[in-house]
Design a protein around this ligand. Structure first.
Ligand code: NAI
Length: 300
């Protein structure tokens, strides 16, 4: 039997691996949907920090009257931080949201397969890596499904449900059922470089960086023009600051490699330089723009 979505909440355990920007958002979403949620992160203290941050966001939602205090307290009580993968033994679904690195994800899923039950769903939030390649290290590669959320995960409506070569359709449908039970709109697609949204969006970032490098205008001007006259919700540099310059660069590099180094997708020197300088965007307080004290502003 394959783990199913709505029927298994409330209370069934969802594991989230990686307590960064996306992992914390996905954990918040799952706990608000009624699941027990356990977060694991390899970095000391990171899972606990993610749980604390989610608690604050739940409190803020209760203070604004968007959820009741009882709902907020109950959700917090269902949330926990783990210091190892073994705590995920009874999970019905595990969503991985660690760094965008094929080797790291492959190793993690191979370890996870030894911990979870055979019917537990395995999903990756990768933005751009091949689902087929991540699954290749599994004894049962059919169980891995791409479950690609957008940032901030509690708010953005779309989830791409991505199939690799080996993905079992029943596993895919089970992961899709979870996303839909959590209130998301899903789109199913094959694992191709960048899937749908990140492939289509690549030129948005790349051309903005080219315009900047050709000295057309500065970051703020390009953002303002695109936002105010182009009808976009955010300018390209503001959006990359929200995503994380490192995460966005990893996706650009992955799409560039996967398309046989198509020059249209060549990662920009400017972005590489900012990443090398650890100006990673909102999460470090400074990226293309400077966020000062708003740096750690939590996602809604
Ligand atoms: P992040 O850098 O905020 O967080 C990554 C977390 O993974 C860190 O806390 C790190 O300590 C942890 N980690 C690294 N290796 C680990 C391991 N082996 N085991 C457990 N934890 C480990 O990254 P972010 O932005 O949350 O991205 C995570 C994934 O989600 C990436 O695959 C990224 O491409 C994808 N993604 C990112 C989006 C964004 O807007 N930032 C949007 C959609 C997908």
């Amino acid at each position: 039997m394959v783990g199913n979505g709505a029927s298994e909440a409330p209370g069934s355990l969802v594991g989230v691996i990686g307590g960064g920007t996306m992992g914390a958002g996905i954990a918040q979403l799952a706990v608000q949907a009624g699941h027990a949620v356990a977060v694991y992160d390899a970095l000391d203290g990171a899972a606990a920090r993610a749980v604390e941050g989610i608690g604050k966001r739940l409190d803020a939602l209760a203070a604004k009257g968007k959820i009741t205090t009882e709902e907020s307290e109950a959700a917090k009580a269902r949330l926990s931080a783990l210091d190892g993968l073994t705590g995920l033994k009874d999970a019905v679904l595990v969503v991985e949201a660690v760094i965008e690195d094929l080797g790291v994800k492959q190793k993690l899923f191979a370890e996870l397969e030894d911990v979870v039950d055979a019917d537990c769903g395995l999903a990756t939030n990768t933005s751009s890596l091949s689902i087929s390649a991540i699954a290749a290290g599994l004894r049962d590669p059919g169980r891995l499904v791409g479950m690609h959320f957008f940032n901030p995960a509690p708010l953005m409506p779309l989830v791409e449900i991505v199939e690799g070569i080996a993905t079992d359709p029943a596993r895919r449908d089970a992961v899709r059922a979870h996303a839909e039970a959590w209130g998301k709109t899903t789109v199913q697609c094959r694992s191709t470089p960048g899937f749908i949204v990140n492939r289509v969006a690549r030129p948005f970032y790349a051309e903005a960086l080219r315009a900047y490098e050709e000295q057309a205008a500065d970051f703020a001007t390009i953002d303002a023009v695109v936002r105010e006259s182009g009808g976009f919700k955010m300018g390209p540099f503001e959006l990359v600051d929200l995503i994380g310059l490192d995460v966005n660069l990893a996706v650009s590099t992955s799409v560039w490699e996967a398309t046989g180094y198509d020059p249209r997708y060549t990662p920009a020197w400017t972005q590489k330089e900012y990443v090398a300088a650890k100006r990673l965007g909102r999460k470090t307080g400074r990226g293309f723009h400077d966020y000062g004290e708003n740096a750690a502003k939590p996602a809604p």
